[in-house]
Design a binder for this molecule. Sequence first.
Ligand code: GLA
Length: 382
Amino acid sequence: MTDTRKLSQAFEHTFQRAPEVVVHAPGRVNLIGEHTDYNEGFVFPAAINFGTDIAAARRSDHTISLLALDYSGSTSHFNLDDIQFDRAQPWSNYVRGVLKILAEKHDFQGMDMAITGNVPQGAGLSSSASLEMAVLKAAASLYNLPLNGVDAALIGQRAENEFVGCSCGIMDQLISALGKAGNALLLDCQSLNYEYHPIDPDYQIVIVNSNVKRGLVDSEYNLRREQCEEAASLLGVGSLRAATMDQLLANRERLSDPVFRRARHIISENERTLDMGRALENSDYRQVSQLMADSHRSMREDFEITVEPVDSLVAIIDEVLGDRGGVRMTGGGFGGCVVALVPRDLVGAVGHAVSTEYQARTGLRESLYICTAEQGAFSETT
Ligand code: GLA
């Protein structure tokens, strides 16, 4: 949690009145199921104890006035009747995008908003989805809009796809909206049905940021998506969710080698994600360990979205965990973070191994976050 008192004070200082609401939306970590969301498959994320906070109040005109505490107090203003993309203030486009789409179906007036957050940016922990969900939560609270978590997530995804220009799936927004404290969420991205799975209290979610500067993320991400669509079309299915491994192998000659491997990742990752639900239910950590290791290998060899420092982090942590816990890269790839499910008695040893070996192997310094699974912005209070 960030310091919301400081946020309210900044709001008052800038807008000369008290905020009417202060809302929060979390970032996320994905335990398994990577790049499966836009293939209508399965994902298994948890909302985390890092997120975006917004202090907000209504205005009676159609103006949105934003103050971004984390960008040296920079401001952005726009009219709800004419929302344009802003190249000069890229952070504001997530706000502009969701409000533009929200306004298609909902009635609301202007707003003053002060925004701050502590999700590390560009680390694959969904700082942008948490900003989008916080904006929608603020608007819904101020104007009493009938918006549930799934509606909000779909608006956030459309804002990314149609306004910001990233062809992402639904995972990040949905978990930021609907996370549940102490639980991960197994989501079917085709039906949008989901179920919660408690995280074993004897285990800790540990996230380690490789601090690799991510490059080419959007173009590589969109290319993966195109390759998956090509595979689905060559296999004659609407999405790779509907394809089986037998079907893929029987058609191997018709697919180029990269397209074949992309499809093999998605089909096998969907199976692993469902298996993960069962393994966690049975507290079968040997199986969890295997599934996360297989997922990482598949992302490295078949989907080709990992980078060498991230592979090193996984290897270092895996040596400590053995089959008592699991570790893999999490998020879109090309840098970012690894996620580990670590028995509490090994958390110190994991931290020690990473701090002594990662820099020596890669020349980079990691950041380590001990995480808890948190409530989403639109979840019912539990
Ligand atoms: C990014 C996207 C998500 C998902 C992941 C990969 O976080 O925003 O929709 O595709 O990458 O699993």
